[in-house]
Design a binder for this molecule. Structure first.
Ligand code: SDX
Length: 428
């Protein structure tokens, strides 16, 4: 393993240190590159650039490995729960029983959202996209906690802010669903655990008793675990970038929601279901749509397929695919698009176009089928992704701030007009 890198620029040669992570990932530390050479690097989409050192999540795209704080995602999805995983991501270790009780108890007692927030919420039209509402409301919450705007607030105050955001996003998400179906919002019930409370607030009605179905609670809890963090993806990098300016946690999370909204990122889970519905309406000819996805003159993409890092199966997709059959069977739900999804996967994974480009189903390919079986409308899917990703965003924001990382400010290579003198062109 090399311990130095050498860059030769004409007659000049510079030496740069090699930095190796705990899993043997190797990097060239270019912190001094510009001072030494006057050069910067160019890496559109940061495909080859490590933005930071992080101890939260490790993934190996070639091997299809994903671990939160060293624990394999397969074990966490099978044996843990979303609140325990949130604690693990935030504090680095699995909680003792007392720590878990304290953590979940604090979250339970912060699920109420200030009544005045409703005045902002009521301003949205009923068909406003859930992600636009969530982005706005998460930033709005900062107005009700002015202390959280202080970048030098104490560790305890920072921790309280994180607890508040974790607790209140679930309530806000349930409000957004209620608006979309024209039902009155429900208030949190402290007798429920986090996921049961979210389901109660989302699907409960003031007119009748609602008891969360354990099958649904378990399925949603597993999906939230699988979405909880994913190292430096687009939205998490956005949260870190915004937080690096010492913007508060609410604003940083709102920025993460905005980034996740994009159809190439978290918005893909909604696009997958819409794509499967189109294929179903077209007669279910999956081969036809695989050909469209390969056609460079056709802007159709196989949504839920491909990944910037995974060049093997996304381990989350494997777990969700298995859960699909289990949950739909237990709920007695038959969803024809599940069979279309499986056929699409089978045809695509045999096609050289997808094999050569190492395009496999990602976390978004099957998740929407379970969300739909639980009863969520398609437009709510990306908001559910955000709810799952929230502990990851907050953990990464916390790690960045505790490391006193500098404000993010990438360089560029200018390609515009060179210097020229002003001459008045407009005839006045
Ligand atoms: C998430 O980063 C993360 O960790 C994200 C995430 C997380 O947990 O945070 O995992 C969540 O965002 C998952 C990805 C969800 N997005 C989609 O499912 C949208 C469909 N997939 C793509 O658009 C694409 O695969 C990306 C955006 C996911 C990755 O894009 P890259 O890495 O920039 O790769 P690319 O677009 O340059 O594609 C490489 C080649 C191209 O073909 P060529 O130019 O080499 O001929 O693969 C092709 C692309 O055209 N390709 C696809 C394809 N995805 C890539 N062709 C058809 N269908 C697709 N889905």
């Amino acid at each position: 393993m090399a311990d130095k890198a050498f860059i030769k620029l004409g007659e000049k040669e510079v030496e740069l240190p090699i930095y190796v992570g705990t899993e043997g990932e190797e990097s060239i530390d270019i912190n001094k590159l510009r001072d030494l050479t006057g050069f910067v690097t160019l890496d559109s989409g940061y495909k080859n650039t490590g933005a930071t050192k992080s101890g939260i999540t490790f993934l190996d795209g070639e091997l299809g490995i994903l671990r939160y704080r060293g624990y394999p995602i397969e074990q966490l999805a099978e044996k843990s729960n979303f609140m325990e995983v949130a604690y693990l991501l935030l504090y680095g270790e699995l909680p003792t029983n007392d720590q878990f009780v304290d953590f979940t108890d604090r979250i339970t007692h912060h699920t109420l959202v200030h009544e005045d927030v409703k005045q902002f919420f009521d301003g949205f039209p009923s068909n406003a996209h859930p992600m636009g509402q969530l982005c706005s409301l998460m930033c709005t919450l900062s107005s009700f906690y002015p202390d959280s705007l202080n970048p030098n607030m104490s560790k305890e105050a920072t921790d309280l802010t994180i607890i508040r955001i974790l607790a209140k996003m679930a309530t806000v998400v349930s409000w957004i669903h209620k608006k979309s179906v024209g039902h009155p919002i429900m208030y949190p019930q402290n007798k429920y655990d986090y996921v049961s409370n979210f389901l109660y607030m989302t699907f409960g009605m003031r007119t009748e008793e609602y008891v969360p179905d354990p099958v649904v609670v378990d399925a949603l809890d597993k999906l939230l675990i699988l979405h909880a963090d994913h190292e430096q993806n687009c939205s998490t990098s956005t949260v870190r970038m915004v937080g690096s300016s010492q913007a508060n946690a609410y604003a940083s999370v709102a920025a993460g929601v905005a980034a996740l909204w994009g159809p190439l990122h978290g918005g893909a889970n909604q696009q997958v279901i819409e794509m499967l519905e189109i294929i179903k309406a077209d007669g279910g000819n999956v081969a036809k749509f695989v050909e469209k996805a390969k056609d460079k003159n056709d802007n159709f993409r196989l949504m839920g397929f491909g990944h910037r890092v995974y060049k093997n199966f996304d381990p989350r997709a494997k777990i969700i695919k298995e859960a699909c059959d289990n949950v739909l069977n237990k709920l007695g739900v038959f969803d024809p698009v599940l069979d279309i999804a499986k056929q699409l996967e089978e045809v695509a994974l045999k096609d050289p176009y997808f094999v050569e480009r190492k395009l496999y189903p990602n976390v978004d390919f099957y998740s929407g089928i379970i969300y739909r079986a639980i009863g969520f409308p398609t437009e709510m899917f990306t908001v559910l992704f955000a709810l799952g990703r929230l502990p990851g965003w907050l953990s990464q924001w916390k790690e960045m701030r505790e490391a006193n990382e500098p404000i993010g400010r990438p360089r560029q290579i200018y390609t515009g007009p060179t210097v020229r003198d002003y001459t008045n062109i407009a005839i006045r």
